[in-house]
Ligand binder design. Structure first.
Ligand code: MN3
Length: 200
């Protein structure tokens, strides 16, 4: 099925002051739209236009780099918008998620430190993740448009560390952006939804 740009689940100015309307306008309307447009063009050429975005990501990995980059980024951004909400973030996790974070990641403080370190330590563009692999949570990082799907894992939380995600609001201060994301933006209800889907 053709890729389509999803609408943001909140107003452009809803995530301020942690992520500005200007960032979201460029990031969603320009960058994500470009992945959708280019992804459709390349999926058509590769004969994968009828596949789901997850199938295109897995099938193009290692075989069609240009298609993979765009399909991967489309998948990543579909979820990225939903991984944030106004008034989100912080340590009040839904109890089922808290239990999993305690047992698999050593608790919230350790998760926060390691997730932010993964994002800060990803050299160049990429993503930091919490993913379910073999039924357990893991913190991962990937370059460019890559994601946990191609490493046998299901992402339940991801943060975009491409400069287009933070440069307008934080300039080069990527760690500050990551701290604000975890403390003020994460939509824990959507993380829980993804966790339940991945462990069903
Ligand atoms: Mn992005």
């Amino acid at each position: 099925m053709a890729f389509t740009l999803p609408e943001l689940p909140y107003a452009y100015d809803a995530l301020g002051p942690y992520m500005s309307a200007e960032t979201l306008e460029f990031h969603h309307d320009k960058h994500h739209q470009a992945y959708v447009t280019k992804g459709n063009e390349l999926a058509e050429k590769a004969g994968m236009a009828d596949l789901s975005v997850e199938e295109v990501v897995k099938k193009s990995y290692g075989t069609d780099q240009a298609l993979f980059n765009n399909a991967g980024q489309h998948y990543n951004h579909i979820h990225f918008w939903k991984w944030m909400k106004p008034g989100g973030g912080g340590k009040s996790l839904p109890s089922k998620l808290q239990t999993a974070f305690d047992s698999d990641l050593g608790g919230y403080d350790k998760f926060k430190a390691e997730f932010e370190a993964a994002g800060a330590g990803q050299f160049g563009s990429g993503w930091a993740w919490v993913a379910v692999k073999n039924g357990k949570l893991e913190i991962m990082k990937t370059p460019n448009g890559e994601n946990p799907l191609v490493h046998g894992a299901e992402p339940i939380l991801g943060v975009d560390v491409w400069e287009h995600s933070y440069y307008i609001d934080y300039r080069n201060a990527r760690p500050k952006y990551l701290g604000a994301f975890v403390d003020n933006l994460v939509n824990w209800d959507y993380v829980l939804e993804r966790y339940e889907a991945a462990t069903r």
